[in-house]
Design a protein around this ligand. Structure first.
Ligand code: ADE
Length: 351
């Protein structure tokens, strides 16, 4: 594969004139770069901005992240999904607080060992915050490089990613490592875009791009399609008394670990079966109403959901594992994953 040397100068020049002004770029401290990169792994830049600002305001440094109560942390992440990412960040923050007084060390290998940090994120923090010349190759960069080099190699393969990382490492400029990595990411995000035609007319690498020369930019990059998701049927309960609604806490391991959820059962049930279930819990149902079906897509699973709102008498005792929360407090205090979003709106329901 040809050396990437010739892309460095045009890319940096383009970046100087076209980089978007983004909150984490203005003051690229290790903590801010870290938080932004983890958020950006799952969400578009525009959507990340308000989450980023709120997170940094409430937890301004690594020590504050280490000490944040779990429920608060989940609430700050609510809507971003992949909650394990922020749990791992907190674990890492605790390590950093114990070992380095709450600072990120300027050491790529040590950063890479932190929970939840892989070679991309470690490279991004090392280069953007510390100027350490390490590559940060994410999906954007893989797309750009596949096209520039007209590479038909499968970018889902670890070996292919490693090879791209090595190629970037060989040319990364020592005095502008962070800008160079970000210029590749930025080009992938706003010019060499996925889904739909890349804007080759605006591209600083149009002279160097072999995919464009061959007219094959839309065929690249090559990716093996992801595995099919497993489908799970679930029945969700919106259990309401006069001014309270029922929540449960999910188990500490697995999907949506440790988060709050609406009561639900695996499988699909009819109204009568759900009424029986509510009675078995020791509660007194007054009426039941079927709710619209809903779907939620996780990375490996799809939930296909049926739902019921059940009005109950004020419970004398909470069934084991359930707790009834004042509806007025729900929004403010409890982070309920987006998977239940189609049903949480019925908390306000009067019927
Ligand atoms: N996507 C991932 N990392 C990014 C960054 N640092 N800037 C803009 N978009 C990104």
């Amino acid at each position: 594969m040809e050396a990437l040397k010739e892309i460095v100068t045009p890319l940096l020049k383009w970046y100087d004139g076209h980089a978007r002004v983004l909150p984490w770029r203005e003051e690229p401290s290790p903590y801010r770069v870290w938080v932004s990169e983890i958020m950006l792994q799952q969400t578009r830049v525009e959507a990340v901005k308000p989450y980023f600002e709120r997170f940094i305001k409430e937890l301004p440094d690594i020590r504050a992240l280490a000490e944040a109560p779990e429920d608060r942390l989940m609430k700050l992440w609510e809507g971003l999904g992949y909650y394990n990412r922020v749990r791992n960040m907190q674990k890492a923050a605790k390590e950093l607080t114990g070992e380095y007084g709450g600072e990120m060390p300027a050491d790529f290998e040590r950063i890479l060992k932190l929970p939840g940090i892989g070679s991309y994120t470690a490279g991004a923090i090392a280069s953007i915050a510390f100027g350490i010349p390490r590559p940060a190759v994410d999906g954007n960069v893989l797309r750009v490089l596949s096209r520039v080099q007209k590479s038909y190699e499968d970018i889902m393969k670890q070996s292919v990613r490693k090879s791209f990382e090595e190629q970037v490492r060989a040319v990364i400029p020592k005095d502008r490592a962070g800008d160079f990595n970000q210029s590749l990411i930025e080009l992938g995000a706003i010019v060499c875009v996925p889904n739909g035609a890349p804007k080759c007319g605006e591209c600083p690498l149009k002279e160097q791009c072999r995919a464009r020369a061959g007219g094959v930019e839309l065929e690249l990059p090559k990716k093996t399609p992801p595995k099919k998701r497993r489908i799970e049927e679930r029945t969700i309960l919106v259990l309401l008394s006069d001014n309270k609604a029922a929540l449960k806490k999910r188990p500490p391991k697995g999907l949506l670990a440790g988060l709050y959820e609406l009561p639900n059962l695996e499988g699909r049930y009819e109204s009568q079966e759900m009424l029986n279930y509510v009675k078995e819990l020791g509660l007194s149902p007054i009426r039941i109403q079927p709710l619209p079906e809903a779907k939620h897509i996780f990375s490996h699973i799809e939930w296909h959901m049926a739902g019921y709102a059940v009005k109950i008498e004020e419970p004398e005792e909470e069934p084991e594992g359930f707790f009834f929360v004042e509806k007025a407090q729900m929004e403010e205090k409890y982070s309920i994953p987006a998977a239940f979003g189609a049903y949480t709106e019925y908390f306000k329901h009067r019927f």
